[in-house]
Design a protein around this ligand. Structure first.
Ligand code: ZN
Length: 142
């Protein structure tokens, strides 16, 4: 299986898992903001980037690093909180897949699925701490 198929399978598994959760828990998934993507000239812009980072309690610099590294593209964060990816029109689907992967790996609690978590960095060791259930676990640094 290639990576895309793996992702699709993973999404299907997640959807099935969510369907079995009580309504109160699964409702939290709707709190996750969507990416507002625009193409300006040759560039790709995520307009609400800072807003998303704020909602997810993540440092925009870290989230930007994740996106640019994943895409292998140069980019910058503007004062207005837009992420610009230079000189390429990146497909919406591709950006959404990376975003979903970021959420699964660096935001959603592995224990209860809440997105109300925080990222704690202690030197080279990174942790996720869940504000809903209190779970703490280490993650791979970006
Ligand atoms: Zn939790």
């Amino acid at each position: 299986m290639n990576e895309l198929e793996l992702l699709k399978n993973y999404d299907a598994l997640l959807e099935r898992a969510y369907a079995r959760l009580p309504a109160k828990l699964s409702a939290k998934a709707y709190d996750i903001p969507d990416l507002e993507i625009e193409y300006v000239g040759n560039h790709t812009e995520i307009k609400n980037f800072a807003h998303i980072c704020d909602r997810l309690r993540r440092d925009p610099q870290i989230v930007m690093r994740y996106f640019l590294k994943s895409l292998g593209m140069p980019g910058a964060l503007t004062e207005r909180g837009t992420l610009i990816i230079y000189n390429k029109k990146i497909k919406r689907d591709t950006l959404k897949q990376f975003y979903q992967r970021f959420l699964n790996k660096y935001v959603k609690c592995q224990t209860c699925g809440s997105i109300d978590t925080e990222l704690i960095r202690k030197g080279k060791v990174w942790y996720i701490r869940c504000l809903a259930c209190g779970a703490t676990y280490t993650i791979e640094p970006i």
